[in-house]
Ligand binder design. Structure first.
Ligand SMILES: CCCCCCC/C=C/C(=O)SCCNC(=O)CCNC(=O)[C@H](O)C(C)(C)COP(=O)(O)OP(=O)(O)OC[C@H]1O[C@@H](n2cnc3c(N)ncnc32)[C@H](O)[C@@H]1OP(=O)(O)O
Ligand SMILES: Cc1cc2nc3c(=O)[nH]c(=O)nc-3n(C[C@H](O)[C@H](O)[C@H](O)COP(=O)(O)OP(=O)(O)OC[C@H]3O[C@@H](n4cnc5c(N)ncnc54)[C@H](O)[C@@H]3O)c2cc1C
Length: 647
């Protein structure tokens, strides 16, 4: 296939799309100008010869991968400074420029400076006094120092009240003495802690005047700024008094402790990262479904009709049922992430003025949305990989590494089960308030309406599906609440009753989150449709309906248990699903083209815009050093002697 020719299947797919993909691109970017700015930014980084992949890093050693990543991260940082010097809007920092997919395309093996921007700086901004921000933030932005966020220890990640590292205030010298007294208290997992960072926010148990005040954040220098040699000692390390981040809890110089307005404010950074994870998970899913959809339009296999040629595998309805719900899930998580980001910004500014009322609801939503988006995106990416058969399994397809990046999200920033239980904690209180006729916060208002009605009869609309999902969520919340209280009435103590009911508590939390996502997605599309072309509006509506129908059909058991749906209604839902798959089929390639993901970010021979899959696959395997010579030396060293010895 001559270079730069377009695969004929993809050509046809692009001709049959009912809307202009550029319109979707502009919508997702926030306008044509934003699209142009993003494309210029991507070009600025991706076209830089120093940043383009000479050879796939798959063939580098662990140490080489790290050194390669540090080199690239420094080049990127200098380029970000160039953009800032040009006053390019929205280039406030490394993360905004390189967040998500552009960053992971350039820094395929991870970004050694990632934690510096995603957690170290935000923690100082969120937990430091104005004076401490003035002292540290500009140094950090300008990369005069490199930080990480050291909370997790070898023995504790989830239960942060159980962290063992201590920070004991010494009023005689006005210093804190930090100590990790046990093997299990060693800080473990913080990104960049091993070789990159020379400072860290260390989360430790604060002791002053013989009293433990719980976990607080401290800035600790890890390495000499000139030599990068580790600072002396890792036991009883002394730091100055003003290295404790004191926006919330404070220690006065005489050692007296001033309580934070709320102990929960120490947890602020974790909410921020969970909010970021929702959008990042959506964007990684979008990349995977772009690869799988384009590949499925090019790949021909088997027969639908014996008399006809081998069809595009995208014409198998089972293939559509694998991929199109992932397309829809991207939009669902994208709009939920946007909604959560808005709430985060609003609540954070309220916290600045001491208004804490909405923090519990934000925490509960950030927990379940992070958990569900990470889990659903990881599962969706794996579905995309499986949908590409053998070629999806190849490392060069980008699908395995994308899965690896997203499945990590299920664990970090709060392990999913633990976070879903946090949301369940909020929902149990909400249900009790509902029973007591107390006011409910916006995200759980539906508990009241569901309690008063048994739900209308089936009608082919997303609002009916939303009401059904809210009915399921309310049913599961009520069941868990009742079962837990029954246990307590039988004499089980509340902690054991919680643990014994935790399977149902997690399920109630997931159902609540799914109902929230469908409703937010529907409301977002309802707002958008009047402002786009009729064809794009129709495509977006079909995707939203597909997400709602498919999510409900994956939950038939609860639907039958908690609503008056009939088996005839279920037949109607299945028919609706199949209608939607057929309706989306002609637009599938147009939708992923609308994501406008640069081929260098797709980084997959299966998903390139031109669709020349086989030529690209062959070129990819030729890059392997193993294929440089026709006979590998291991033949002469090991195999040939073995074969000889058999003769
Ligand atoms: C995407 C870009 C790249 C990102 C790279 C990131 C790399 C990874 C970094 C990390 O992983 S950093 C480490 C992250 N670690 C965690 O997230 C730890 C998870 N554990 C916890 O959050 C907490 O330990 C816990 C699970 C909430 C339990 O803690 P605790 O036992 O103290 O809480 P409870 O007794 O359950 O509840 C106390 C009280 O506090 C409220 N609360 C808990 N967390 C928060 C929070 N983050 N924000 C606000 N409020 C919080 C909780 O609701 C309770 O309130 P009440 O119900 O008592 O009113
Ligand atoms: C790629 C990656 C990057 C990371 N980066 C950082 C970083 O930069 N800084 C940092 O501080 N940390 C970091 N971490 C650590 C991360 O935050 C922890 O791994 C995470 O919080 C989970 O805690 P854990 O490992 O102790 O798991 P555990 O809590 O031990 O989880 C193990 C199992 O126990 C279960 N479990 C635990 N508690 C409960 C409970 N209360 N109820 C029910 N089940 C429970 C969990 O559900 C899980 O199934 C990173 C982790 C990864 C994987």
């Amino acid at each position: 296939m001559p270079a730069n020719t377009m695969n004929e299947d993809l050509k046809r797919e692009r001709q049959r799309c009912s809307f202009d993909p550029k319109e979707l691109t502009y919508l997702l970017d926030g306008g044509e100008e934003k699209t142009e700015e993003r494309r210029q930014r991507e070009k600025f980084f991706l076209d830089d010869p120093e940043l383009s992949e000479t050879a796939p890093s798959d063939y580098l050693s662990h140490k080489e991968k790290y050194e390669h990543a540090v080199k690239k991260a420094c080049i990127v940082f200098k380029k970000v400074q160039q953009l800032q010097a040009q006053g390019k809007a929205g280039m406030q920092n490394f993360r905004e420029v390189l967040g998500g997919q552009l960053g992971s395309a350039i820094l395929r093996d991870g970004n050694p400076l990632g934690l510096h921007y995603v957690m170290f700086i935000p923690t100082i901004m969120g937990q430091g006094t104005i004076e401490q921000q003035a002292e540290w933030i500009s140094k950090a932005w300008n990369l005069e120092i490199i930080g990480t966020y050291a909370q997790t220890e070898l023995g504790h990640g989830t239960f942060i009240r159980g962290l063992e590292t201590t920070a004991t205030y010494d009023p005689a010298t006005e210093e804190f003495v930090l100590n990790s007294p046990t093997l299990t208290s060693y800080k473990w997992w913080p990104g960049g802690l091993g070789h990159t960072a020379n400072y860290a926010v260390v989360v430790a148990q604060l002791y002053s005047q013989g009293i433990c005040h719980g976990i607080h954040p401290f800035i600790v220098q890890l390495r000499d700024e000139e030599t990068h040699l580790p600072m002396p000692g890792f036991e009883n390390v002394r730091i100055p008094w003003n290295y404790m981040l004191m926006k919330n809890g404070k220690v006065l110089k005489d050692g007296s402790y001033v309580k934070s307005p709320s102990s929960k404010l120490t947890y602020g950074t974790m909410i921020f990262v969970r909010v970021v994870i929702v959008q990042d998970a959506a964007n990684y899913l979008r990349k995977a479904v772009t690869i799988a959809t384009r590949y499925s339009a090019v790949r021909h296999q088997s027969h639908i009709k014996e008399s006809a040629p081998e069809p595009q595998i995208l014409d198998f309805v089972t293939q559509q049922h694998k991929l199109f719900p992932q397309l829809a899930t991207y939009f669902a998580l994208h709009y939920s992430g946007a909604w959560l980001w808005d709430m985060y910004n609003n609540v954070t500014s309220e916290l600045e003025s001491g208004e804490l009322d909405r923090l519990p609801e934000l925490h509960a939503l950030a927990c379940c949305l992070k958990a569900v988006s990470a889990a659903d995106a990881a599962q969706g990416i794996e579905t995309c990989r499986l949908a590409c058969g053998g070629h999806g399994y190849m490392s060069c397809s980008s699908l395995p590494i994308t899965y690896g990046l997203v499945t990590a999200m299920v664990t970090y920033e709060g392990e999913n089960t633990v976070l879903l239980l946090q949301t369940a904690r909020y929902l149990m209180k909400a249900w009790q308030n509902c029973l007591d006729g107390q006011p409910l916060t916006p995200s759980v208002q539906y508990l009241n309406s569901v309690r008063r009605s048994f739900g209308g009869v089936y009608h082919k609309s997303v609002p009916w599906i939303i009401a059904s999902m809210q009915r399921i969520a309310a049913g599961k919340i009520e069941t868990a609440h009742r079962h837990m209280n029954d246990k307590i009435k039988r004499g089980v103590n509340s902690e054991d009753a919680w643990n014994e009911t935790s399977i149902e508590l997690v399920a109630a939390s997931e159902a609540h989150c799914k109902a929230f996502i469908v409703e937010t997605y529907y409301n977002s599309v309802q707002q958008i449709v009047p402002s786009v072309s009729q064809q794009l509006g129709k495509a977006l509506t079909e995707l939203c309906e597909l997400y709602a129908v498919n999510t409900l059909l994956k939950n038939i058991g609860d639907l039958l248990r908690y609503s008056n749906v009939t088996t005839g209604d279920l037949e109607n839902l299945q028919r609706w699903l199949e209608e939607l798959l057929a309706a989306i089929r002609p637009n599938a390639v147009g939708i992923v083209d609308g994501f406008d993901i640069n081929d260098a970010i797709i980084a997959s021979p299966l998903g390139a815009y031109d669709g020349n899959v086989y030529e690209r696959l062959f070129a990819e395997v030729s890059k392997s050093p193993l294929n440089a010579k026709p006979v590998n030396e291991s033949f002469h060293k090991y195999l040939k002697p073995l074969l000889k010895s058999k003769m």
